[in-house]
Design a protein. Sequence first.
Lengths: 283, 499
Amino acid sequence: MMANILITGCSSGFGYLSALDLARRGERVFATMRNLVRGQALTKIAISERLALTTHTLDVTDPMSVRRCVAEVLELGGKIDVLVNNAGYAQRGPIETLSDEEIHRQFDTNVTGIMRMVRTVVPHMRARNAGTIINLSSLSGLTGVPYEGAYSASKHAVEAISQALRFELAATSIRVLLIEPGAFETGFVNNAPVAADFNAAHPLWDEYQRFWSAAAQLTGGSRADPQAVVDAIRRAVIDPETPFRQLVGADVEFAVSLQEAAGLADLGPTIREILHLPATGKH
Amino acid sequence: MNTHSSTNDFPAGINQAPHPSGISHWPDINAVERASKRLATGPMPKLTEQHNAQVGRWFEQHCGISKRRAEEAKQRIPGGVQHNLAFNKPFPLDIVRANGAHLWDADGNRYIDFIQAGGPTILGSNYEPVLSKVITLLRECGPVTGLFHGYELKLASLIHDFMPSIELFRMLGSGTESVMAAIRAARVFTGHAQIVKIGGGYHGWSDQMVFGMRLPGTGLLDAAGIPEGALSNTSEVWPNDIDALRKVLQTNRERGGTAAVIVEPFGPESGVHPVHIDYNHQVRALCDEFDALLIFDEVVTGFRAGLGGAQGFFGLKPDLTIFGKCVAGGFPAAGGVGGRADVMSVFAAGIGGSGRRAMIGGTLSANPLSCAAGYWSLLEIERTQAPAVAGRAGDRLSAGLQVLIDKYQLPFVTYNLGAIVHLHTTGVLQLDVREPGAIKQVPHRKEGLEDFGAAFTAEGIITLAGSRLYTSLADTDDVVDDALSRFERVFRGVEGAIS
């Protein structure tokens, strides 16, 4: 049977790709985004391929927008079977350079945004005792990634929220699932703002550049095709046996196996060595 | 697909061993990988119903005694069979005689022997010059005394002459035991616990090694009856993926370090996934970087690849080397571990008798029978240049199979690493378990392979698990050509074969 699927953040990246993927396998997709103008490409494809896909305005940082959008989707579709909390971005820059405003915006979108969606959608799912909530976390949700400290903190929060929510919904038939992608070619990095106060005069500037080019080596080249994440989302939608966590990408698997091996010990020195960054001074 | 576009223009340092290796050329590994992938992802080749029926009739008409014995054996032996190497479809044959290149069953049928006891009998079966020395020894002191015998020293010295990396040698009862001993020694010597193997590799059946067996990426799949804890310090990496090995070594460092990387030097399962010619050198370098020992499992390549083993061919010194059945020329209770004196000394309570000792034992280990058989076999292998002769037979066999594969336009894959010939018909060992649905193909493709194994047998050819052909000194051109004409009769019976 066709499922009604609401996906946040569909103007690009995993949201865009997943919306098409799920619609093409016959699901009813409500593709949402902050700025509807950026949904024209999706709408065009939907019309030409006769897909059950419509685009809707949704700003997860605006409670009114969330309420309006969910009401609209329920009116059109009668129910929401699947909520994919995909909207998010990465605030970059060393911790010491981030402004209150930058930190707040990061958490408002990536963390509070998901909680607003949950608060608005779960009561409907509870009423039907059915539904699936898929939260897009990240490699950064499993280990603290340098120069992405705020983003890592927000994704750690997504991990914690997902664990708590799963526990709280255990008595219902509502599933809560996590997906942890590594780095993929989706334009995500181009959409990642860098802290306004971080510039070439900062002592970490050079290492920052070297870190990202070295880290890119860990994705395993061909594995960085975002299709793997699209497949994971599809699996979470259609396969009741899907595990709570899906780690997607060679870099995530490696980072998680390193962290598991290290237990609670600091992985920093190992990561520095793997990325050929100079060893740290004394702590 | 022709996988014979290979190199005999070896890189510097390769194939320079003083004793001629059996390797005249190295296959084009990329071509083998492409052909293997095509075989495993395409429709499974199978025999026509008509041919399968013909095979069934052959066994009914020619193997009455074997069939009866197999039925009786089921009453007293689990499954009626105690050997993993051959397929037993439709039933195991009762082999009563072996000589040179041939085997005979209880019904009087003769077969060309490409199983060669799983590898050790590079001189051919039941080789008379060794047999007579062994009989003399047995008359003198019987098979075992539990005490030292001069042949132990003679054998260890001879192995050192052929493989200089074997400074000290400890004889044991089997390859499985030898792997257990080598891992224990590596752990005592390095103080590290982790062991890394290559996915698909076979290093015997001890608890810690039943991991990623036969098919890379299968992890604990075959580990029934083994507590997970016994395997918690074992990892597998994808064949030929040196980056993956580096990542596992980095990860293991967080777990206190890697004791050893163990490899079959030609690639897992005797080269089902053959290595790139520089792969072992890269593994050696990584082991040095991460303070891990390199263990070569030369149970099959030890003396089949040449008297210097695979290490002689590659011009590499592993820290430890595993020997199996080959070390006694196929006589019973044979295996051993050898290598660097400082590492091997942990079996003797460390250098100077202090330090912690790695416990090993076995009453029948290093018995006079095994040692004498090994000693005289090695001398005969040297005198006859058996690896080179058997390697040439392997070249002729694989090249001939390729001609037949092309003639009938089959997707089969053949290549040879000297006297180790691969013939893959259904692609079961080439399945990539990372691909969705691949694991579900295993039973079906294994059954298909068993049909091929039975068809080869009905044409008078015994193979190793339907997919490998070990050649020997006894495989003259006439034997190989006879085999090829028998293979052709099976290939003609494949669905869709064109000629």
